[in-house]
Design a protein around this ligand. Structure first.
Ligand SMILES: C[S@@+](CC[C@H](N)C(=O)[O-])C[C@H]1O[C@@H](n2cnc3c(N)ncnc32)[C@H](O)[C@@H]1O
Length: 320
C-alpha cells in the first residue's frame, strides 16, 4: 500500500524560496505535491506554480493534493530535463523560484511492484516513469560483466562491485528483486555496517535506469537560465521584492550532492584567465550566489519522525 510522501526539509524550502504573491515557481519533482502546496500557500492569492514529474501516479496524487489551487497551477507529466521547453510552452520567461527534490518518493519505494525495494519481491523495474527506456532487469540481463561492475562501483560506491557483477552474470536471467538480493547476499555478506548488502547495488541500478546524474547535469543550467535576475543594487543579505530568483536542490546521496555542489561553486565565481596561462578560457562573470555554503540538513526531530530524510542535503543559490 502506498504511503503518502512526507516532504523533506519543508520549512527550509519555503524559507529558501520565500514565495510571494504574484511570483512564478517551478517544482521539477512534484511527487505528492507537499512542497508545491507550501509554495502555493505562501504565495496567496495569485502565485503560480508549474509542477513536473515523470511518474503518472505521482502526478495523479499531486493533482488531488493541489486541487484547491487549480487556478494557479500547471501540472505536466514530463522530465525536469525539459524545463526550458515547458516554460516556453506556458510563455513563462523568468521564474522566481525552482525546487528540485531529487530521487524517489515514499510512494515509489513503498509500492512493491515498482521494484525499488529489496524488502519486497517484485519485478525488477525501478523506472520513475514510463518514459525511461530500460528497466533494471534489462540492465542486469543485457550489460556485460564489466559494464555491470563499473555501474555498481560508480553509482553505488560498492566495494564488492566486481564480485557482485560476476555473480549476476552467472545467475542470469534475473527478473525479480528477490532473485537479485539472493545473488548479492551470497557473495557480499552483511558486514559490520548497518546497511543491507543489496543497498548499494539497488541504488546504482536506480540511478542508471533513470539516468539520474545526467538528468541533474542537464537541468541545472536550464534552471539558472530560467531564474529572474537580481536587479542592480539589491543584495542577498537584504532580500527585497524582485530580488534574484532562487534554486533549491535537495539531494539524497553523495554523487548527487557533489554534482550540485560543483555546479553551484563553478557558477558562483568569476572566471578570469590567470596571467601566463597557456590555455585560453572564456572569461565570464559569476551567475549565482550561494545562499548557504554548507548544505542544510534535517534536524534530529525531522529524522526521528521521517527516517528517510536522514541523508538529505539542501543547497540554495540565488541568481545574480
Ligand atoms: C523525493 S520525490 C519529491 C517529493 C515532493 N517534493 C513532495 O513534497 O511530495 C521525487 C520525485 O521526483 C520525480 N522525478 C525523478 N526524476 C525526475 C525527472 N527527471 N523529472 C521529473 N520528475 C522526476 C520522481 O518520480 C518523484 O516523484
Amino acid at each position: 500500500m502506498e504511503t503518502p510522501h512526507q516532504p523533506v526539509l519543508y520549512q527550509e524550502i519555503i524559507h529558501a524560496l520565500q514565495p510571494r504573491r504574484g511570483g512564478r515557481y517551478v517544482d521539477g519533482t512534484l511527487g505528492a505535491g507537499g512542497h508545491a502546496r507550501g509554495i502555493l500557500e505562501a504565495s496567496v492569492p495569485d502565485g503560480q506554480l508549474l509542477g513536473l514529474d515523470v511518474d503518472p501516479q505521482a502526478l495523479a496524487l499531486a493533482r488531488k493534493t493541489l486541487a484547491p489551487y487549480e487556478e494557479r497551477i500547471h501540472l505536466v507529466q514530463a522530465s525536469y530535463t525539459s524545463l526550458s521547453a515547458q516554460l516556453a510552452r506556458f510563455g513563462w520567461d523568468k521564474v522566481d523560484g525552482i525546487v528540485l527534490d531529487l530521487g524517489a518518493s515514499s510512494m515509489q519505494f513503498d509500492t512493491p511492484e515498482r521494484g525499488f525495494s529489496f524488502a519486497h519481491d517484485a519485478p525488477l523495474d525501478m523506472r520513475f516513469g514510463p518514459s525511461m527506456l530500460k528497466t533494471a532487469a534489462d540492465l542486469v540481463n543485457e550489460y556485460s560483466e564489466r559494464e555491470l561492475a563499473d555501474l555498481i562501483y560508480r553509482y553505488g560506491e560498492e566495494r564488492d562491485s566486481r564480485k557482485i557483477a560476476r555473480a549476476i552474470v552467472r545467475a542470469r536471467p534475473i527478473h525479480t528483486t528477490r532473485e537479485l538480493v539472493v545473488v548479492i547476499e551470497a557473495v557480499s555478506p552483511r558486514r559490520g555496517d548497518r546497511i543491507h548488502p543489496a543497498t548499494r547495488t539497488f541504488q546504482a541500478l536506480r540511478i542508471a535506469v533513470n539516468e539520474e546524474l545526467a538528468s541533474i547535469e542537464e537541468v541545472l543550467p536550464q534552471a539558472v537560465a530560467a531564474l529572474r535576475r537580481r536587479p542592480d543594487g539589491s543584495s542577498v543579505a537584504h532580500r527585497v521584492e524582485g530580488s534574484g530568483g532562487r534554486l533549491a536542490v535537495i539531494s539524497f546521496h553523495s554523487l548527487e550532492d557533489r554534482t550540485v555542489k560543483d555546479f553551484f561553486r563553478e557558477q558562483s565565481r568569476d572566471l578570469v584567465n590567470p596571467p601566463y596561462e597557456q590555455i585560453y578560457k572564456e572569461e565570464r562573470k559569476a551567475t549565482l550566489k550561494e545562499v548557504n555554503r554548507k548544505p542544510i540538513t534535517p534536524s534530529d526531530e525531522e529524522i526521528k519522525s521521517n527516517p528517510r530524510a536522514r541523508s538529505a542535503k539542501l543547497r540554495i543559490v540565488e541568481k545574480l
